[in-house]
Ligand binder design. Structure first.
Ligand SMILES: Cc1ncc(C[n+]2csc(CCOP(=O)(O)OP(=O)(O)O)c2C)c(N)n1
Ligand code: SF4
Length: 284
C-alpha cells in the first residue's frame, strides 16, 4: 500500500488557493485507499493547468496535446485493459477542443475515468471563456459578458447514457476521494465533473459562491433512477448537488472486442498477421 510520501511528485506550479490542490489531495488519498502503487495506474492529461496534474504525483504518465486526452486514454486502455486509466482534463480541454472525443468515449463506453477540472474558464491561457463559463461573465475577451448559455456536462453525459456520471467539488476533497474511488472501480466510462475554483481568473464562481450552493446527495438518492438523475443533473444554480448522479451497467468496450475480451493485448503473444509480416519484411 503506497504512502503519501511514495506519491509525492514535483512541486505544483499553481496559484496559492487554486482548486487544483484539493483535486490532487483527493486523488492521492484515493490511490492510497485503493492500494494502487504508482506503477499500477496510468494518468493521461492534455494541456492546461489541469494538464500539469500527472507531474505532481507518481504514476505512469502521458502528457499529450490540448483536447486529445481521451484518444490517448482510449489507446492505453485497449492495449492493457487490466491497468486503471485516469484522464485529467480541463473544461476547455475536453468540453471544447476535445468535445468530439468525449462524445465517442461515452458512446463506446471506454473503461476510463475522466476527471474534469471544471474551473469554468481557460486558466493556463489567462482567463478566456470556456464552454462552461456562465452567461454574462466578463472576461478580457468578453468585455460585454459571455453571450451564450453554458454547457451542462452532466445533462450532456446523461443524454448519451454515460455509464457513470458524477459531480464533485474541489473544496470537499474527502467526498471527492470517495467519488474517485467509485469511478476507478467502475467498469465503463466514468465522468466526474469537478467544480474547481480558479482564484485568479474566475472571480464569479469562487469558494464563497460554491459554499452557498453545493450540497451532497443523500444516502437515499438512487443513481439508477434515470428520471430523477436528469433532474439532479440539470440542477446548477441556487443549489448544486455533488455525488454520483447516474450509473448503469453497460458493458465496457474491452469486453465487447473478442480479440481482447479475455486477455489484455499486452499479455498476448506477438503473432503478426501474414500481411503485416510482408510489410515488416520490407523494412529489414
Ligand atoms: C491544439 C491547441 N489549441 C489551443 C492551445 C492553447 N491552449 C492551451 S491551454 C488552453 C485552454 C486551457 O483551459 P482549460 O482546458 O479549461 O484548462 P485549465 O488551464 O483551466 O485547467 C488553450 C486554449 C493549445 N495548446 N493547443
Ligand atoms: S490560473 Fe486559476 S486554474 Fe490556473 S493555477 Fe491559478 S488559480 Fe489555478
Amino acid at each position: 500500500m503506497p504512502t503519501l510520501a511514495d506519491l509525492e511528485g514535483r512541486i505544483p506550479a499553481w496559484c496559492p488557493g487554486c482548486g487544483n490542490f484539493g483535486i490532487l489531495r483527493a486523488f492521492k488519498q484515493a490511490m492510497i485507499e485503493l492500494k494502487l502503487s504508482p506503477h499500477e495506474i496510468t494518468v493521461v492529461s492534455g494541456i492546461g493547468q489541469s494538464g500539469k496534474f500527472p507531474h505532481y504525483t507518481k504514476c505512469n504518465t502521458f502528457n499529450g496535446l490540448h483536447g486529445r486526452t481521451l484518444p490517448v486514454a482510449t489507446a492505453m486502455k485497449l492495449v492493457n485493459h487490466a491497468m486503471p486509466v485516469v484522464a485529467e482534463a480541463g473544461d476547455g480541454d475536453c468540453y471544447g477542443e476535445g468535445g468530439n472525443h468525449l462524445l465517442h468515449a461515452i458512446r463506446r463506453n471506454i473503461d476510463v475515468s475522466l476527471f474534469v477540472h471544471d474551473n469554468q474558464i481557460y486558466g493556463l491561457t489567462k482567463g478566456q471563456a470556456s464552454p462552461t463559463s456562465m452567461e454574462g461573465m466578463m472576461t478580457k475577451i468578453n468585455p460585454h459578458g459571455v453571450v451564450c448559455e453554458p454547457l451542462n456536462p452532466m445533462v450532456f453525459a446523461l443524454a448519451l447514457d454515460c455509464s457513470f456520471v458524477a459531480r464533485g467539488y474541489a473544496g470537499d476533497s474527502e467526498h471527492l476521494t470517495r467519488l474517485m474511488k467509485a469511478a476507478i472501480n467502475h467498469k465503463g466510462f466514468a465522468l466526474i465533473d469537478i467544480l474547481q475554483p480558479c482564484v485568479t481568473f474566475n472571480l464569479v464562481n469562487t469558494y464563497g459562491w460554491f459554499k452557498q450552493r453545493v450540497y451532497r446527495l443523500g444516502d437515499d438518492y438512487d443513481p439508477e433512477d434515470k428520471e430523477q438523475a436528469l433532474q439532479k443533473a440539470a440542477e446548477f444554480g441556487d443549489r448544486i448537488p455533488i455525488g454520483i448522479i447516474y450509473r448503469n451497467n453497460r458493458a465496457p468496450m474491452n469486453d465487447r472486442i473478442p480479440l481482447i475480451a479475455s486477455t489484455p493485448l499486452v499479455k498476448q503473444p506477438f503473432e503478426p498477421l501474414e500481411v503485416a509480416q510482408t510489410i515488416l519484411n520490407d523494412f529489414f
